[in-house]
Design a binder for this molecule. Structure first.
Ligand code: UDP
Length: 249
């Protein structure tokens, strides 16, 4: 029997920090292989997959000034860090038998293709996983914003934000054990309550372009598969929650 898919084209956002696993810095190959296995489960169902991976496990521009590095230079370093992670992920995916392309927002043609929207879509249609490296190519942005931008550009059905917690909570679940998980929440509520889903620029971009966000725990086996096939996992962020709709009726 053919598995029915809720999402046919997705943009998966993984943080750089998630690659550290138990380490304090860098890339844990076990984590990389785990992600590759999880991604393969949905790739084999025919889901078209774009991926943006952050660089926080290597360098963050925000912390640059503490080390006497100018912010813009620090951001460039951060964007290069995302390319290192992208190459590592590309390697892991190919080791697991998937075809991939790495496209970067900053040209580095010996390493990756430059980002060309129509070409990216063509790769996806051919079943290649496209990894988007070097963020937006501009300082003062984050890879969350890059992920939202690319998701909109490739006309993804949704952006999947893989995290190490189960979704969006009313307070930090790593600090408060009684924090409540939202199954659904609106963009507006996320912005007004300053909930840690993605940064404000990224959430606003999704809101303006009607791009659903699904926040889920990427560390739990099969979660990615469950989200793609429409099982209730994590938190969906959209225009309005059912509760809000009821209130306005
Ligand atoms: N960055 C940037 N422009 C972008 C994307 C990223 O300047 O469009 C830089 C920024 O310095 C950021 C770093 O790259 O701190 C790493 O990305 P991010 O912090 O988003 O990674 P994550 O938190 O997902 O690991």
């Amino acid at each position: 029997m053919k598995t029915s898919l809720k999402y046919k084209r997705i943009l998966l956002k993984l943080s750089g920090e998630s690659l550290m696993g138990e380490q304090k810095f860098g890339i844990d190959s076990r984590k990389l292989n785990f992600f590759a296995e999880e991604i393969k489960k949905i790739h084999s169902l025919g889901v078209q997959i774009g991926i943006v991976i952050g660089g926080g496990n290597i360098y963050r521009g925000l912390n640059a000034e503490e080390h006497g590095v100018e912010r813009v230079t620090g951001d460039l370093m951060g964007m290069l860090a995302t390319v290192i992670n992208s190459l590592a992920l590309q390697n892991a995916l190919e080791n697991h038998g998937m075809f991939t392309r790495l496209m970067t927002a900053i040209k580095m043609e010996e390493i990756a293709e430059p980002f060309i929207r129509r070409r990216a879509i063509r790769h996806l249609e051919k079943g290649r996983i496209v990894i988007f490296g070097a963020g937006t190519g501009h300082p003062y942005f984050s890879t969350d914003t890059a992920a939202s931008l690319r998701a909109i550009e490739i006309e993804a059905d949704a952006i999947f934000k893989g995290t190490r917690v189960d979704g969006v909570f009313d307070s930090d679940p790593e600090i408060n054990p009684n924090a409540n998980l939202f199954e659904e929440i609106s963009y507006l509520e996320v912005l007004q309550k300053n909930l840690r889903v993605m940064d404000m620029t990224a959430v606003s971009l999704c809101r303006e372009n009607n791009l659903p966000i699904v926040v889920f725990n990427m560390d739990k086996p099969d979660n990615l598969l469950k989200v793609v096939t429409g099982k209730q996992v994590g938190t969906s962020v959209g225009h309005s929650t059912k509760k809000e709709e009821l209130k306005t009726k």
